[in-house]
Design a protein. Sequence first.
Length: 174
Amino acid sequence: MGDPPTGTLIRPAEPADAARIAEIYRHYVVETVVTFDLDPPSVRDWEKRLRRTIDAGYPALVSCEHGQVVGFAFAAAWKPRPAYRFTAEVTIYLDPGTTGAGRGRALLGRLLDEMRRSGIQQVIAVIADAGTVASVALHRALGFRMIGRMERVGFKHDRWIDVDLLQLDLRPDR
């Protein structure tokens, strides 16, 4: 799925990573439309989110360089109803100063490997149309296919935003 850049360690996320995750995510909340959060979640919010993710049996990973978290990715339930239990949604964010060097591909690839091992069969990516193609291109490079577009479903920074839906089949026979 792609090797991380030299010196990069991808490991399970821990609640102690919450401060750095909150810092990375804050940029995307405040400066972009790639997330529909309007206010940055606190460190405490991220600690709770990580605990819920881990306790629910979903993988959560961080990418580290020189001992500092430079990216994070995790899976979460697609929907709460039990019939959706083999389908999960993915989330991935990188420190904005570390994009474009294969870190995202390595981190998301590792997350997908962990999801396969945990029994997830279908993966959904919900990607806001931020006017760039990087996120969709990353997911497509790892085998996701476009399954739809929801138009004008988000409003942030005084503009309407479309959302692309992508899906990846992780079944072993595929």
